[in-house]
Design a binder for this molecule. Structure first.
Ligand code: SRM
Ligand code: SF4
Length: 585
């Protein structure tokens, strides 16, 4: 087999990982010094422990002009497999947001909470406090298995609960096993948590295995690795965007196994043709008992053959692209030591956001609350952070975070409904009926001012795009249309813009007339799908922020006039073709 991924000189990051003695050095010393920031090597390792060093981008130019250093702070990501959260865990994160963070919590597109604005001196206590609630930050970032996704809806249908059990087994099995995390932040104490790494040897022993990290080895993976569990009729975890996907196979109401999909990933660099977004494709079928073994085989093939010299081309999708699926499958069979069963061919047919009131099937209710771009904070009369704090303090029930940046309040007694609705009104928290369809199905990444890679605005800009789109869709009589709009501040794809109906991807920074930074220009992508199973295509590049909605209006007008009955917006754009400007399609 040709192996285009090996060979090159290992990247600098590979050297840092290898030298670190399982993610410990030089982070151990640096986490205890008095500086307000880490060195580059420590920053690389810090990610594996769940934190990114950032600086306040709004202040950068001014501080530079004044000859001052950047305003450093840490983003802390809390690992929450399947988005499952207790009231106590939420309240601990809320308290951290208010005491050491920037007064906000951010629900991510992978069912986690992020704290922003944590000072380096507060990092250790923040991580300790998170662990004390039996959550973790271990492996929330870094070149390892990331937070494992699962449908968060607490529907007692016999399938979703079973899938959450599989999700937790998977998350524990693939958590890093070295003691560094505990030595660094918890004085060597291991807390009793279901998120703890599984102990013991690997399930599929291979030549590349290691005593401390039997699955990953001392250099961990070539790059991040993402896994999602999903359902054909409800692809709310966006299974196709993941390196590894388990798409449920249900027979007579029983979860019998999964079709395994591989090779999804959205990051791309427009100037480098060698990079591209890709959706995962079917590899095989496995029973529930086989999910860890197949996961190990795939991850170990990736560990051993992924590109360790060029980090831009290091995700699993490139191994599969370069080898082809048959060769990849053969290698996985070699690792697992048996022929793989063909996939059952289940197809994604639906997607839910789980917002609004629903019966769970056990006499209780759950309520999905839309959170604009996942940001829990208090702004004027809209006191979302405080409203949720009051709710969890009063009711003490559990919650779930969704992959579309919203929260589900679960296990609610029907008798509480009126009181909960009154509480939401008191705190200015809109229920889903008050939110337009277009806003409900939109999301943006954080971008400026926290993300070090952002070139344009996203989270702070999408609400304006939504205001404008709402007006135009109202005029066209399209307010009830369901389609996804996803915006990011750079091409890395964190809000999954490349398989949405409309993707708005930050392209270049632009200054306002007075010299202050403006929101920037965007690439408009069209013709993806609400179900997540089709990549969209570039429609127009370098579109100034104020032109984004005017560019979309004629396409909506045409959609209104020419759509087939029941046809969605992305499907329409796909059918008519949108690579050329709208006048000529
Ligand atoms: Fe992401 C990097 C935020 C989901 C692809 N992502 C980043 C960083 C850490 C920036 C950095 O490296 O310095 C961002 C931190 C911003 C901030 O201020 O918080 C960041 N990514 C996010 C979140 C918070 C966006 C959100 O709106 O919720 C999501 C956190 C998920 C989580 O809880 O783990 C987030 N990132 C994603 C997704 C979507 C997904 O996984 O479903 C993707 C596309 C799927 C994929 O991985 O291919 C994604 N993030 C990236 C990439 C491009 C990776 C690549 O293969 O090229 C980067 C850049 C990198 O890794 O070098 C990145
Ligand atoms: Fe940052 Fe880009 Fe990800 Fe947005 S898409 S959070 S700007 S890396």
């Amino acid at each position: 087999m040709q192996d285009p991924n090996r060979g090159g000189k290992p990247s600098k990051v590979e050297g840092v990982k290898l030298k670190s003695e399982y993610l410990k050095l030089p982070l151990l010393d640096e986490s205890r010094n008095d500086l307000d920031h880490f060195t580059e090597e420590a920053i690389t390792l810090l990610k594996f422990h769940g934190s990114y060093q950032q600086d306040h981008r709004d202040l950068r130019t001014q501080l530079k002009r004044e000859g001052k250093d950047k305003a450093f702070s840490m983003m802390v990501r809390v690992r929450i497999p399947g988005g499952k959260l207790t009231a106590a865990q939420h309240l601990a994160c809320d308290e951290l947001a208010r005491t050491v963070g920037n007064d906000s919590l951010r629900i991510t597109t992978r069912q986690e909470y992020q704290l922003h604005g944590v000072m380096k001196e507060d990092l250790a206590t923040t991580i300790q406090r998170i662990n004390a609630t039996l959550l973790s930050t271990l492996a929330a970032c870094g070149d390892v298995e990331r937070n494992v996704l699962s449908c968060p809806a607490p529907l007692r249908d016999g399938v979703r609960d079973a899938m959450q059990v599989d999700t937790d087994r998977f998350a524990s099995h693939f958590a890093p096993r070295s003691a560094s995390y505990f030595d660094l932040w918890l004085d060597g104490e291991k807390v009793e948590s279901s998120l703890l790494p599984t102990a013991g040897p690997a399930l599929i022993p291979t030549a590349g295995d290691d005593a401390v990290e039997p699955i990953y080895g001392p250099s961990y993976l070539p790059r991040k690795f993402k896994t999602a569990f999903s359902l054909p009729e409800d692809n709310c975890t966006d299974v196709y965007a993941n390196d590894l996907g388990y798409l449920a196979v249900v027979e007579n109401g029983v979860l019998v196994g999964y079709d395994v999909l591989v090779g999804g990933g959205l990051g791309t660099t427009p100037s480098a043709d060698k990079t591209f977004p890709a959706l995962s494709k079917p590899l095989c079928f496995v029973t529930r008992e086989q999910i860890l073994a197949i996961g190990e085989a795939i991850i170990k093939v990736y560990r051993d053959f992924g590109n360790r010299s060029d980090r831009k081309r290091a995700r699993l999708k490139y191994v599969i692209h370069d080898w082809g699926m048959p060769a990849f499958r053969a290698k996985v069979e070699e690792y697992i030591g048996r022929p793989l069963d063909d996939p059952r061919g289940v197809q994604v047919t639906g997607v839910e956001d789980h917002l609004g009131w629903h019966e769970q099937g056990d006499g209780k209710l759950f309520l999905g609350i839309p959170i604009e771009n996942g940001r829990l904070k208090d702004v004027g009369a809209h006191r979302v952070l405080s409203g949720l704090q009051t709710f969890f303090t009063k009711y003490g029930t559990d919650a779930r975070l969704t992959c579309s940046q919203s929260i589900l309040l679960i296990n609610l007694e029907p008798a509480w409904k009126a009181d909960i609705e009154a509480l939401l009104v008191e705190y200015g928290i809109a229920q889903v009926e008050k939110v337009s369809m277009v806003r409900r199905w939109s999301m943006a990444c954080p971008a400026l001012p926290t993300c070090g890679l952002a070139v344009t605005e996203a989270e702070r800009a999408l609400p304006t795009i939504m205001d404008r789109l709402e007006i135009e869709l109202e005029k066209l009589g399209l307010t009830e249309e369901r389609f996804t709009v996803r915006m990011t501040g750079c091409p890395n794809g964190c809000a999954r813009p490349y398989n949405s109906d409309i993707g708005l991807v930050g392209r270049s920074a632009v200054k306002n007339a007075d010299g202050t930074p403006g929101p920037g220009t965007y690439t408009i992508f069209l013709a993806g799908s609400t179900l997540g199973g089709r990549l969209n295509v570039e429609y127009k590049d370098y579109v100034p922020f104020d032109q984004v909605v005017p560019e979309l209006v004629p396409i909506f007008a045409r959609f209104k006039d020419e759509r087939h009955s029941g046809e969605g917006f992305g499907d329409f754009c796909h059918r008519v073709g949108v690579e050329a400007p709208v006048e000529t399609i």
